[in-house]
Design a protein around this ligand. Structure first.
Ligand SMILES: Nc1ncnc2c1ncn2[C@@H]1O[C@H](COP(=O)(O)OP(=O)(O)O)[C@@H](O)[C@H]1O
Ligand SMILES: [Mg+2]
Length: 329
């Protein structure tokens, strides 16, 4: 294998919407490099700026500031060259619901100027790979979420792009369809396609992405492989849920007397802290809280997750962020 090189690279990429007091800084000073053949994940809550970034990288939205190079071409200077080399699957997908999956796929292939014969051959290949033959001749409007998503992906890769951008590929899918989608995405990666996806699912980023950038409020707050990111936490995560009557500050103060605990932080009724050998230290934590007469609802020890990483950098949990309907995009 030759040395990996960046297929997507950004320098100080930014975008704001509106002006004056209504200005929204959607993406700020984004620097990233996605290497060839990897699954790169953007993990962040709703409104973090994931879709805005993806739309700039795929030439659908004008770059606000900075620059981006995708598949060897500057996005602002050579948008057409970039478009030929990428696939983009939006969160809603681009299939015409009144046409069949097959017709959608053929039309999409023809848009790239290939002959009908070669498009038909390629569509057949993709239908087998993505397991969509069974329902290909039905109208898309009759598809389940998982079936529609597979068609969206087939449409996104019919022209054999070097890079595939997937915006929230599994939002709204049940666990079984999500697992199926993960294996399809891995197959794409294993076939040589670079995949750049966004997600607000911690487990998805952890299980699927080779490397992750965690985004919040338009900026990257941490990046690395999932294990590198979790390794930054140092020790096990201990989560203490306190009773509503308890004072968070008092609990934090009590916990700070235990020298093995570090990074003690409050997030609503939950206190998060970390310790090496979390299970071993648990009895001491419970005893100490008990002696201080702190009412707790529950206490749990777990291996650190990407949510602990998010919490460490933002002070709040990604799991708790309200998932709203996507606006604008
Ligand atoms: N066309 C638009 N006009 C105004 N604001 C927008 C537009 N698109 C996105 N935004 C705002 O930019 C921010 C980032 O949005 P988005 O990129 O969609 O985030 P994400 O995909 O991570 O949920 C949000 O505050 C959103 O409301
Ligand atoms: Mg989005």
């Amino acid at each position: 294998m030759g040395p990996a090189h960046a297929v997507v690279e950004t320098e100080h990429l930014g975008k704001s919407f509106g002006s004056g007091v209504k200005e929204v800084q959607a993406v700020t000073d984004l620097n990233l490099a996605v290497e060839q053949g990897e699954i790169f994940g953007f993990l962040g809550p709703n409104g973090a700026g994931k879709t805005t970034t993806l739309r700039m990288l795929s030439t659908l939205l004008r770059i606000g500031s900075g620059r981006a190079v995708v598949a060897g071409h500057d996005v602002a200077k050579s948008p057409r060259k970039v478009r030929e080399r990428i696939g983009y699957v939006s969160q809603l997908g681009g299939a015409n619901p009144q046409a069949t999956g097959w017709d959608n796929l053929i039309l999409q292939g023809m848009l790239y100027g290939d002959s009908r014969k070669s498009v038909i051959a390629r569509a057949g290949e993709l239908m087998a790979a993505l397991e969509i033959e069974e329902f290909a001749k039905r109208k898309v409007i009759t598809y389940s979420g998982g079936q529609k998503r597979r068609l969206d992906i087939a449409m996104g890769i019919i022209h054999r792009p070097e890079v595939l951008f997937l915006d929230e590929p599994t939002t709204g899918l049940d666990p079984q369809n999500r697992a199926n989608m993960w294996s399809q995405i891995r197959k794409l990666r294993d076939g040589g396609t670079t995949v750049f996806l966004t997600t607000h699912y911690l487990e998805e980023a952890d299980a699927l992405a080779d490397r992750i950038s965690i985004m919040d409020h338009g900026s990257i707050i941490a990046d690395g492989t999932p294990s590198e990111l979790k390794g930054q936490i140092g020790g096990d995560a201990i989560t203490i849920e306190i009773a509503e009557s308890a004072s968070g500050e008092a609990v934090m103060h009590t916990l700070s007397s235990i020298s093995e605990l570090h990074s003690i932080a409050q997030d609503g009724l939950r206190i998060h802290c970390y310790a090496n050998g979390g299970t071993r230290i648990l009895p001491q934590v419970i005893r100490t809280l008990d002696e201080a007469k702190v009412a707790i609802e529950s206490i749990a020890v777990a291996q650190p997750s990407l949510d602990d990483v998010f919490l460490k950098f933002t002070g709040h949990s990604l799991r708790d962020t309200k998932v709203e309907k996507e606006g604008g995009a």
